[in-house]
Ligand binder design. Structure first.
Ligand code: PLP
Length: 441
């Protein structure tokens, strides 16, 4: 066989992997073949401790029988039905259940298939809401540096992670970015920092002063910026954003794709910080990561304005996905929410928080560690750059995998986000492994 043919038959080359160094991966693959509880197994049969809950998706643990059975039952009963002009029972049931647990006022739910789709949907609702109220000039969005709102065009445009933007052109027009919230004076703080909250949020006021408040449709932020490395809002920050939005008729969107469903020790970050947005995006843990699904929660009067503006027989919102509210995803989500309730899982996660944050903070004495921070069951450890940015972070990821630990890195930041079912012993094991790895890179 020629070398070219051998390469063509290489089982790894045909899959173009997302957010991955493909060439590097093909030379040294890390393949996860099985999962149960807080563990994975690789193809060699080695056991790995999952310290990121999948990808912030799986707080109830891998391989939950209840979800598997609900999905199987749904597939046997109704595998699929078109979501446009037809309904399936599960979507209504799930939206109703979500409305009961969401912050007061957020009680209309639009379904999508991914966090990226949820963000696009939320931004479109915002534009249309203003338009039907005679404020079609509100076309601008305000996002934030280091924000992550998925990879679709509007999402990366309002997002602020440079690598996710710089290969793809101009993006959406009329987007401005506030500064991110990671500042020197809050370094090595667990929970919310004391410094900078109001001043950083006043960036939104500066956009208002520059562009006119009545040109801005919405301000979108992750309450805690997750993907970039767990940036916790300083005290007063989210409250100040809320006030400025209220003063100028700007919709506040919280992207809770990571923060939602107990990650902060509360059902949603909005509950944790006591600030309620006008729209909220959710995904990931909505199905414990078992089936792709996302949702946008919308203030009732926002939906009502859009419904009222259309004629009695007219489609009100020309938007939707083939897989909006897929019946199998709804079954997985309903089973997941039942686990959260029956196992009191958010409380179980919340009980882990003090020990988890203490363990994150304890890594401060390692010479290469330049910051530690966290909130709820989201923690981050910044490492000093070693030559090229990201080199040391990747070395940690690779060494961790070889040592039996799956973690997440963003450039040279290590991110941990354990499952709510993690035991004290497993948490100890996680940090013992991590300390050993950090001492060696
Ligand atoms: N928004 C936030 C805050 C996220 O963290 C993510 C993914 O991590 C997304 C949106 C995009 O979600 P998805 O990858 O499901 O499109």
């Amino acid at each position: 066989m020629s070398q070219a043919a051998a390469r063509f038959n290489d089982p790894l080359i045909h899959h173009w992997m997302p957010f991955t160094a493909n060439k590097q991966f093909q030379d040294a693959p890390r393949i996860i073949a099985r999962a149960e509880g807080v563990h994975y197994w690789n193809t060699a049969g080695d056991k790995l401790l999952d310290s990121v809950s999948g990808l912030y998706t799986t707080p109830a643990g891998h391989g939950r029988r209840e979800i598997r059975e609900a999905v199987t039952r749904q597939l046997e009963e109704l595998d699929y039905a078109p979501p446009f002009q037809f309904g399936v029972p599960g979507t209504f049931r799930l939206a109703h259940e979500l409305a009961q647990m969401l912050p007061a006022g957020l009680n209309r739910v639009f379904f999508a298939g991914s966090g990226s789709e949820a963000v696009e949907s939320a931004l479109k609702v915002a534009i249309q809401y203003h338009r039907v109220r005679g404020q079609g000039q509100r076309q601008r969005f305000v996002g934030r540096a280091r924000g992550y709102h998925g990879v679709n065009f509007a999402g990366w445009s309002v997002g602020g992670m440079v690598k996710n933007r710089d290969a793809f052109g101009l993006g959406l027009p009329g987007v401005s970015h506030m500064r991110h919230t990671h500042i020197e004076s809050n370094r090595f703080v667990m929970g919310q920092g004391d410094h900078g909250g109001v001043d950083l949020a006043d960036d939104l006021q500066r956009m208002v002063d520059l562009h006119g408040g009545d040109t801005i449709a919405a301000c979108i932020v992750e309450p805690i910026a997750g993907s970039t490395g767990v940036l916790v809002p300083p005290k007063g920050y989210l409250e100040r954003l809320r006030t400025i939005c209220d003063q100028h008729g700007i919709l506040l969107i919280f992207d809770e794709v990571i923060c939602g469903f107990g990650r902060t020790g509360h059902p949603f970050a909005a509950d944790a910080f006591g600030v309620t947005p006008d729209l909220m995006t959710m995904a990931k843990a909505i199905t414990n990561g078992n089936i792709p699904m996302a949702a946008v929660a919308i203030r009732q009067d926002i939906q009502q304005a859009i419904l009222d503006a259309a004629g009695p027989d007219a489609i009100e919102f020309f938007h939707g996905y083939t897989y909006s509210g897929h019946p199998v995803a709804c079954a997985a989500a309903l089973a997941t929410l039942k686990i959260y309730r029956d196992d009191d899982l958010f409380a179980r996660g919340a009980a882990l928080v003090p020990k988890f944050l203490e363990r994150i903070a304890s890594l401060r004495d390692i010479p290469i560690v330049t910051d530690t921070r966290g909130y709820g069951l989201l923690g981050a450890v910044d490492l000093a750059t070693d030559g090229a940015p990201g080199k040391r972070g990747f070395a940690v990821l690779r060494r961790a995998f070889e040592s039996g630990l799956v973690l997440r890195v963003a450039a040279d930041t290590v991110i941990l986000s354990p499952m709510f079912i993690t035991t004290d012993d497993q948490l100890d094991e996680m940090f013992t492994l991590l300390r050993k790895i950090l001492a060696a890179v």
